[in-house]
Design a protein around this ligand. Structure first.
Ligand code: DGJ
Length: 721
């Protein structure tokens, strides 16, 4: 379709001016007014069926532009046109609908053009009705006489009424090792901006997900909850603009969601298309439904090999850091096999020849084994793993370079920088993925490392610094601000190429912990490193938050010594995620080794439930009031089996909570076992689903940092071994 505008009289008015989108359990309706301007007529659970009670013009703008009908509210799309004009007024031009990738799904593009300029914006949506999560984004192109500049380019901008008690929940804290901190606050008049910066690992500051309870506090089972996730491996922004309504308690909220445009205005040449990040969102009844929807959609549309049960990983990072040699690693591989792990993961520090990687200040970029530490290279380690019947995995950080490295000495011009001297962060620079040779190099890192480590079937992909000096020599001087957006696409291209070239290699996504945990980047990975903070006390709450959005199969959770907590408690916390160890297994005494082996046995019996079952949250560690305890369950789809994790996080004077294990079949009898991991599970009898749902098991923990793992199996089900 050529771009047409009213000046040449070629605007193709759409016959039916009302566009409905059924997202699966909720949706929206847009309608064009007599001038072709789009308004949001309906949104929410019955939004796709909304009737036009009055002319469309009386409804809010569907996606406000600067210079549009509402001059006193912030726009979601703000452009400077080629001739310097700063306003944009869009009219409906047509609607394109095609079938989506799954049965019953569709992709809709609502095409608009500017009244005056040869400028086009498409408002795009892809349904996933099976889950009720809707993906939306915008596409912009033009045929103006020169480049246009995009200053704001939000992916969605819904408007809705909220009550006086409306709340917003964000996830993120102080940065490194403080991911997924839960903060709920009331939405009051004004604009609340929740954003992130830093380019490579922005989600360390704030995860790109947001929850809004428009009518005040919701709970697991009821109350409206809107959940949004920005699929963007870069800086993100949520902006909630709340305005009072005269004489009413209700307020107007305009929510703008997308890439963070700060410093990232995009200069778009004629004939090129700008595509915003996808925002995936849903309008649920209760937090359980929000999670059910996001988990189903993540499995269907995001995760690689979603049905493959993830391995029990033993990593060496926390036990050795950079200080190891072949003998030490072979010893750890042996111990990993002894406790029953599936895979040994060799972390940072195995490479560097002329600049050995003895610390984080050298070697990054030189992906050859350090022969001082590993005289036989990686082969003897892989042989040791194979001999013991476990898999081998390896750590790489392909996008980074230490100044003290052969790579930097050969290619000092490959790093991200502006015109100043680049600044080091963790003694390293980030490579510029907009340079073609850099992308090829990054892809080749995997080819080279995997070729030299034949038999390796798992790679942890790390990235340990933010962008501090934005700029790219691959971009013209007047396009430098495009780098923030272009880097994400270039990095994703590298990830896509790596995943395609090594389809059988499992990939873990890591960036100084969870600095890249978003549903966009995750598409090329099997799992992510949730946080470097592995203190189980913190982890209960982090995993609680993260689990609202991501299934446990993706959420790596390793037992470490962080926080000095009792080992059974640390194991119980890790067992509710993708279980693994990052402990010096060779230094454990007999009792602790037994705890680890017992935990592996629990993982073997329960990991299919944890990774593929339905998450039910029973006792919240983040709710207002008592935050001292947590309990959650995973239940198989047939309600035959469940595993319940109970955590006494802190001492508490509050009365013990009811342990209502609902979601089982009321009429079925279940065999129940309980363990605190200091002993093997002990049978506690047979209870019906109705009894378990009614509190037949009581909270039985009193001391801080203790836990119980409760396994429940329908009496006819044979235990897995
Ligand atoms: C940061 C990661 O989060 C850690 O697990 C570890 O891999 C280090 N990087 C290694 O440098």
């Amino acid at each position: 379709m050529a771009i047409a505008n009213s000046e040449d009289g070629a605007v193709e008015q759409h016959d039916d001016l009302t566009i409905r989108l059924d997202a699966g359990g909720w949706g929206w309706t847009w309608s064009a007014d007599d001038d072709g301007r789009l308004h949001q007529v309906g949104l929410g659970p019955s939004g796709a069926d909304a009737a036009l009670d009055v002319d469309a013009i009386w409804y809010p703008d569907a996606h406000p532009t600067w210079g549009g009908p509402d001059p006193v509210r912030p726009p979601a799309l703000r452009i400077t046109h080629a001739d310097g004009t700063t306003t944009t007024r869009l009219r409906l031009h047509g609607v394109e609908r095609e079938s989506g990738p799954d049965n019953d799904d569709e992709i809709v593009r609502i095409v608009t053009t500017d009244e005056v300029f040869a400028f086009r914006a498409k408002f795009c949506a892809r349904t996933h009705r099976a889950s009720g999560v809707l993906e939306q984004w915008i596409e912009v192109d033009h045929e103006e006489d020169g480049p246009v500049t995009l200053w704001d380019y939000d992916s969605i901008a819904p408007a809705f009424l909220i009550g006086p008690e409306a709340r917003v929940t964000q996830f993120g804290g102080a940065g490194w090792a403080d991911e997924w901190a839960w903060t709920t606050e009331q939405l009051t008049p004004g604009t609340k901006v929740l954003d992130s910066l830093g380019g490579v690992q922005p989600h360390l500051q704030r995860s790109p997900v947001l929850m809004i309870e428009p009518n005040g506090p919701a709970d697991e089972a009821s109350g409206e909850v809107i959940g949004c996730s920005i699929l963007w491996g870069g800086n993100t922004r949520f902006a909630a603009d709340v305005r009072p309504r005269s004489g009413e308690q209700a307020r107007d909220l305009r929510l703008r969601v997308g890439a963070n445009p700060l410093g990232a205005h995009y200069v778009l040449d004629p004939g090129r298309t700008f595509t915003s990040p996808v925002v995936a969102w849903t309008w649920a009844n209760g937090r359980q439904e929000l999670t059910d929807r996001f988990h189903a959609w993540t499995r269907a549309r995001v995760l690689r090999d979603p049905d493959r049960t993830r391995p029990i990983v033993a990593n060496n990072w926390e036990s050795t850091f950079f200080d190891f040699d072949e003998q030490r690693i072979v010893g750890l591989i042996d111990r990993a096999a002894d406790v029953g792990a599936d895979l040994f993961l060799l972390d940072d520090g195995w490479f560097g020849t002329s600049s050995p990687r003895d610390d984080d200040d050298a070697g990054l970029g030189d992906w050859e084994p350090d022969r001082r530490k590993l005289p036989g290279g990686l082969a003897p380690l892989i042989d040791a793993a194979v001999d013991r019947g476990i898999r081998f995995g390896i750590w790489v950080e392909p996008e980074m370079v230490n100044p003290d490295s052969d790579l930097f000495r050969e290619h000092p011009d490959w790093v991200i920088r502006d015109r100043r001297e680049p600044r080091e962060h963790r003694n390293q620079f980030a490579l510029d993925p907009l340079v073609d040779e850099v992308r090829d190099f990054e892809v080749a890192v995997f080819d080279r490392v995997l070729a030299g480590a034949s038999g390796t079937s798992y790679v942890k992909w790390d990235a340990n610094r933010p962008v501090t000096d934005p700029g790219s020599r691959a971009l013209r001087n007047d396009r430098q601000s495009n780098s923030w957006v272009d880097w994400v696409h270039a990095t994703w291209e590298v990830m896509e190429r790596v995943a395609a070239a090594h389809p059988d290699v499992e990939l873990m996504l890591c960036a100084s912990g969870g600095g890249r945990t978003d549903h966009g980047t995750l598409r090329w990975f099997h799992e992510f490193w949730t946080s470097d903070n592995t203190d189980p006390v913190t982890r209960v709450r982090m995993q609680w938050s993260c689990g609202h959005w991501f299934p446990a199969s993706a959420m790596a959770a390793h037992v470490t010594a962080w926080g000095g907590r009792p080992l059974p408690f640390a194991c119980a916390v890790a067992l509710s995620g993708r279980f693994g160890f990052d402990l010096d297994l060779a230094a454990l005494d007999e009792a602790d080794t037994a705890v680890c082996s017992r935990s592996v046995a629990v993982a073997r019996r329960t990991q299919d439930l944890v990774q593929h079952g339905r998450l039910r949250r029973l006792v919240s560690p983040v709710a207002d009031g008592d935050r001292s305890r947590a309990a959650l369950a995973y239940i198989d789809p047939a309600s035959d089996r469940a595993v319940v994790f109970c955590y006494q996080i802190e001492d508490s004077a509050a009365p013990p909570p009811d342990l209502l294990i609902d979601g089982l079949d009321d009429a079925t009898n279940y065999d129940v076992t309980i363990t605190d991991l200091t002993t093997n599970p002990r049978p506690v009898g047979r209870l019906s689903g109705a009894e378990l749902g009614d509190g037949a098991l009581v909270w039985d923990l009193t001391r801080a940092t203790t836990a119980q793992v409760i396994e429940v199996s329908a009496a006819r089900v044979v235990h897995r071994t």
